[in-house]
Structure formats: C-alpha cells, structure tokens
Design a protein around this ligand. Sequence first.
Ligand code: ZN
Length: 303
Amino acid sequence: MKLPSKITLCEVGLRDGLQNETKIFQTSDKLAIANELIYAGFKVIELGSFMSPKAVPQMADTDELFLQLQDVENVEFRALIANKKGVERAIHCGCRKVKLNVSASLGHNLANINMTPEESVAGFKEIYNLAVDHGLEVSGSISMPFGSPWEGKISLESVRSIVEAYLKVGIDEISLSDASGMAVPNQVYSICSSMKKSYPQVKWWLHFHNTRGMAIANIVAAMQAGITHFDSSLAGLGGCPFVPGAAGNVASEDTVHMMDEMGIDTGIDVLKLIELAGKMQQLVGHDTDSYILKAGRSKDLIK
Ligand code: ZN
C-alpha cells in the first residue's frame, strides 16, 4: 500500500461544524476551543466565515476570533468567504487566508445564482485581486465534485474545467469537498490521481462528510493517490443544508486515531483531541458522529 509518512489536517469544526448547530456559541467558548486545538497540535484551523450575520448567525463573531488569535505563530487560520464584503472583513480583522467555494453541480449553481460553476469562479477575480493586494492568501473549494443530488455523478471533465477556471483566476490551492457524502473510494482514487497528474502545481485538500460511512475509506483512497491534506471536524460535527440526512465531517479524533495506528504522522496529540472532542459534544448538547468518543482508542483495550 502506498501511504504518506506524514499528513496535514485542517480542523473545520468551528466553521463547518458550528454553522450547522442551532445553538449559537459564545465567542469565549470558540476561543477556548481554538486555543486547545492549537495546544493539541493543529497547524491549520478554519475559524469561521465572513457571511451575512443574518444568514449565518453562528458565524457572526468570526472577526472577533481573528482579532484575538492573529498573533499565534506557525498556525494558519482560514475563513470561508462568498464575496467582496467577506474580503473587506478579513482585511479589517487580520485574517490572512480566505477560501472561496463553488458547487461542481451545474444544476445547483444555476438554481442558486443562475451561473455555471465556471462563470462563478471567473467572477471571483475581483475578490481575489482585492485579497492579494492586501497580502491575503486565497484558496478555492469545489463542493460535490464526486456526486450531487442534482445530477448524480459529476464528470471528470466538469471538475477539470472548474479547476482550470480557478487557475485562471490565480488560485492554485484547491479543496475537493464531498459535502453530499456521495464519494466512493475507487472514484476518489481515480479523480485524485488524475487531478494530481494534470495539475501538479495545485496544493490539494480533500474534505469528506461521513453521510454514508465512507469518509475514512475515502481518505485512505486519496492518500493512495498521493493526497496529504485533509479537513476534519472535532467530534464529527457538520452537515450540509442541501443534503437530507447529511452527517458531519469525518471526526478529527477518528482520523488522527487511524493515522496513529497506521504509523502516519499528523503532529496532533490524539489524547488531547479526544478530551476536547468530548467537551465539544457537551457544549453542543447532543450525540455526534464520532467512533472514538464511543469506543475509545484500540490501544486502550490492551491490558
Ligand atoms: Zn463540509
């Protein structure tokens, strides 16, 4: 089996996780979680998004989080944005990295904003320029590249043409996000292999939801194709408003536990992470999709 010796995880619970919770967290709770994630060893953390506070009230204090955390060294904090206003907020609060998103589903994009995915990405140029002029880094994400509730499977050609639209704008850090939980391992292997081969200049991230229990298998398949950057979420929080029954992102503690058992370095202390995931579950006040929180580490079974 071809596996990397080391991978990087981005913890997305504070964004993808909390935006799907009805409870609005206190800024102080979010700050405490972010600090404990750093303490556990995360080097990349998605802190929130700069969306309209009316549309996404859970993320209204993202600016405050960045103001409080911008002096932490060697940790990349990123935020999701959708428009120019998002970049302006990022500039003001000291956020250095923003992420744009487009749906790979033509039907979804047309229904939402009456544009093809490629047209949406081309429209990011102005946002990109403003961000880069202010020294920010910009990455892009493509959601549902493996399958969407609108079209079913998405063709490799469509994904390729969105990647090319991103490259044309100047964005070469791209995340493939299986928000619909429809990806399967052989497909992930084949798309990732093909993308890595065609676009070696791209820094790839993979983002899997565990809606049908395949997130961790998909991560292994992506690693086989040479992918080494993945998103994961504390306690398995997360969801997707467009997908009925969507489960959360793959749990960070499940992912780190598997990597530890496989001898792949994540730089993250799994025991600290398990403790924090337990706290997160208490804070949200309901059960979440985490195997390790239920079963504990394999290692701890051995007497
Ligand atoms: Zn997600």
